[in-house]
Design a protein around this ligand. Structure first.
Ligand code: SAM
Length: 239
């Protein structure tokens, strides 16, 4: 499988992705602000507005990392399990939740490809900027379907490809020239940020990924593009 611009075994890819996030965990939140000019907050707000979490909803926030999505949902009264393959990201999240006094969260180390949760455990499954890092994406979507109850919904927030003329190219330039430099200057880690940029480039186009969601068994699979598709929200129902 592909890791950045190299070919590696699936196990090696999962290991290297682990290395990337362990390396960036402590600087992860400030880097998101720097690299997106704060825009990731707006994308996350819009995403959670689509999920519409209500008091008592039981939600799995997969690849939940340091908790940005889970915190927004817990504030609306949902019971959220934050699951991530990376202990270092979860540890930063646990500290942040404590200092902000956010309740209603539990934390769990999980690989999205093979979850330890029982069938039909959740009302909603969210994954934000996580799915592109998963080695076997169809396996992760199948697991999402399995752990959702009937009537439950899947929500994915991820980078994809912008169809706005000129904008796509401008972004490419920014991603190639600027992001790795910020990574080097702020986190002293150019390589990790090169991987992150490359993984965005390789992610399917909005409609291709919508089909992958449908192929995993989700009904009414939809995509809502932002910035012409540079960032998208996909959703689907388990019926
Ligand atoms: N959802 C958070 C947010 O929006 O800020 C974190 C996103 S971060 C870019 C991606 C996360 O995906 C990392 O915390 C990483 O450890 C996690 N991840 C990567 N591969 C995974 C897998 N196979 N299973 C679960 N989590 C995974």
């Amino acid at each position: 499988v592909q890791f950045g611009d190299q070919l590696v075994s699936p196990e090696e890819k999962t290991r290297r992705v682990g290395g990337v996030f362990s390396s960036v965990a402590r600087r992860y939140d400030v880097m998101n602000d720097l690299m997106s000019g704060g825009m990731h907050r707006l994308w996350k707000d819009r995403f959670v507005a689509r999920v519409k979490p209500r008091a008592g909803d039981v939600i799995l926030d997969m690849a939940g990392g340091t908790g940005d999505i889970a915190f927004r949902m817990a504030k609306r009264g949902a019971q959220v399990t934050v699951a991530d393959i990376n202990r270092d990201m979860l540890d930063v999240g646990i500290e942040r939740a404590k200092s902000r006094r956010i309740e209603g969260l539990s934390w769990s180390e999980q690989n999205a490809e093979k979850l330890s949760f029982a069938d039909a455990s959740f009302d909603a499954y969210t994954i934000a900027f996580g799915i592109r890092n998963v080695t076997d994406i169809p396996a992760a979507l199948k697991e999402a379907h399995r752990v959702l109850r009937r009537g439950g919904r899947l929500f994915v927030l991820e980078f994809s490809t912008s169809e706005w003329p000129g904008f796509g190219q401008a972004y490419e330039l920014y991603a190639d020239k600027v992001i790795p430099r910020i990574g080097k200057a702020v986190a002293d880690d150019e390589e990790s940020y090169r991987y992150l940029v490359e993984s965005i480039r390789r992610f399917p186009k909005p409609d291709e990924f919508r089909r992958m969601i449908a192929d995993a068994g989700f009904a009414n699979a939809k995509v809502e593009p932002m910035l012409g598709g540079l960032v998208c929200i996909w959703s689907g129902w388990k019926i």
